[in-house]
Design a protein around this ligand. Structure first.
Ligand code: GTP
Ligand code: MG
Length: 434
């Protein structure tokens, strides 16, 4: 028998996502992203808050990891009542101040103790930023993701991949939880909710730029490093290198491959001073068969680039592990040795091992007298850079209009073949690999 508030019988299953964590602003921001709604989760509440859209019901909890939490049992019972028969996904939101391994572990254990160990198969640990990602990755493997605009997609994949978690009522009586559920239903149908400030049943699906919902919920700019990476099927290709090596010209070669009419090009000129002084992003689809962002950058090590740290920060938004390919641009005929430590220096700036996602792109192929392997082998420093990047290199003649050189480059891009399966379902873990 269906009551007034139930969805119609043909409606697809609404996935239940539970949000835990210490910092309410972070949980609210993640909730907004999942629901794709700037108007959801705008309050700082000490109670369980529920908001929904057509796809998800998000049950947001106050911090119950805190030993001072007075009404812990009531919060847990309310949470269970709102998420019966059990959430499809538990997200543990980890803010920057609580991202030490021991602290994360303690929170996971508390969740396991409260709801049972089976929770692990339904758990995603979502970091506010990338800073502790690699140290925690070893411990938590593919349970670990960094919050970003792709959160909704990740949730969808995780939820559809695994059967819902079911409460075993080991610690809390099923009877009590069911009675609480009945109370919520009564008050909801009566048009008010005494205990939670959410708008269960309201359709909060509004078109919005959900990127901004992070910023809106975090005026302290805690999300400066958030990834603008693989949203749906957008992949980032980031061009890095020293001044005048041909970064912008190479970006134009990619941009115009298969689209020779493109007039909106990156600025590229012969010059002894930097031409590109800020990160510039353009979207392209044609040669890739999927949407790709090309990110042209200035030379981070050139003193004439003003406030290069701000440009590094901007670049980091697009340059995140697993969500981008890096083209390290070097001018083939002008390898001076100042590039010698470039891979390590860029990694120091960007904060992760870009070498695993990097192809060395040698420009000025038209000037080369020798064959490429011979040329690379003849230059120890260059050979070393190529080796650091897993032996991946490619040559461009940016004066050539032939798109073949671009198609051959695409073939070499690490992860590129996986772009469409960026959020691959990991059958063993029953969750997502990012
Ligand atoms: N002949 C030849 N010229 C090239 C090639 N690639 C780039 N150039 C030229 O090299 C000059 C510098 O290229 P840019 O793409 O502006 O270099 P950049 O790395 O973006 O430089 P900044 O923006 O200053 O950091 C331009 O005059 C390009 O036309 C190439 O493959 N062959
Ligand atoms: Mg440039």
């Amino acid at each position: 028998m269906s009551s007034k508030g139930d969805p119609p019988p043909y409606a697809p299953k609404k996935f239940i996502v539970a949000l835990f964590g210490k910092r309410v602003q972070l949980k609210n921001a993640i909730g907004k992203m999942i629901l794709h709604s700037d108007s959801a989760f705008n309050e700082v509440s000490n109670n369980v808050v529920v908001e929904t859209n057509e796809r998800f019901k998000v049950v947001n909890t106050p911090d119950f990891f805190n030993d001072d939490c007075l009404n812990l049992d009531q919060i847990i019972i309310d949470f269970m009542a709102h998420s019966l028969p059990g959430p499809d996904l538990f997200i543990l939101a980890i803010d920057s101040e609580n991202s030490q391994e021991e602290k994360v572990k303690a929170q996971v254990i508390k969740l396991q103790e409260t709801f049972g160990e089976n929770i692990t198969a339904h758990l995603l640990i979502m970091l506010q930023d990338i800073e502790h990602y690699f140290s925690l990755k070893q411990r938590f493997g593919n349970r670990l993701v960094v919050a970003g605009e792709y959160v909704e997609k990740v949730c969808l994949n995780c939820c559809s991949d695994t059967p819902s978690f079911q409460y075993d009522f080991r610690n809390y009586s099923e009877d009590v939880v069911m009675r609480r559920k009945a109370t919520f239903e009564k008050t909801r149908h009566a048009g008010h909710s005494p205990y939670h400030h959410g708008r269960e049943g309201a359709n909060t699906m509004i078109p919005s730029t959900s990127r901004d919902s992070f910023a809106a919920a975090a005026p302290e700019h805690h999300f400066g490093n958030r990834a603008w990476g693989a949203s749906d099927d957008i992949f980032n290709i980031v061009l890095l290198g020293l001044t005048g090596t041909g970064k912008s010209a190479s970006a134009n070669t990619i941009l115009t491959a298969g689209n020779s009419n493109s007039r909106d090009l990156f600025k590229s000129e012969a010059s002894s001073i930097p031409i590109t002084t800020q990160c510039v992003v353009k979207e392209v689809e044609k040669p890739f068969g999927t949407r790709v962002r090309l990110v042209d950058t200035p030379d981070f090590f050139n003193n004439e680039v003003k406030d290069s740290q701000a440009q590094v920060d901007e670049c980091k938004k697009y340059c995140q592990p697993g969500q981008c390919a890096v083209l390290l641009v070097l001018q083939a005929g002008r390898f001076t040795g100042s590039e010698k430590e470039i891979v390590q220096r860029l990694e120091d700036k960007l904060g992760w091992k870009i070498r695993d996602s990097t192809i060395v792109l040698l420009t000025h192929k038209d000037d080369l007298k020798e064959s490429p392997p011979g040329f690379i082998n003849a230059h120890d420093d260059l050979r070393s850079i190529v080796q650091q990047c897993g032996g991946r290199y490619h040559l461009f003649n940016n004066n050539s209009k032939k798109s073949k050189q671009v198609l051959e480059l695409i073939e070499k891009i690490p992860h590129f073949k996986n772009i469409h399966s960026m959020f691959v379902k990991n059958k063993d873990a029953g969750c997502c690999v990012l």
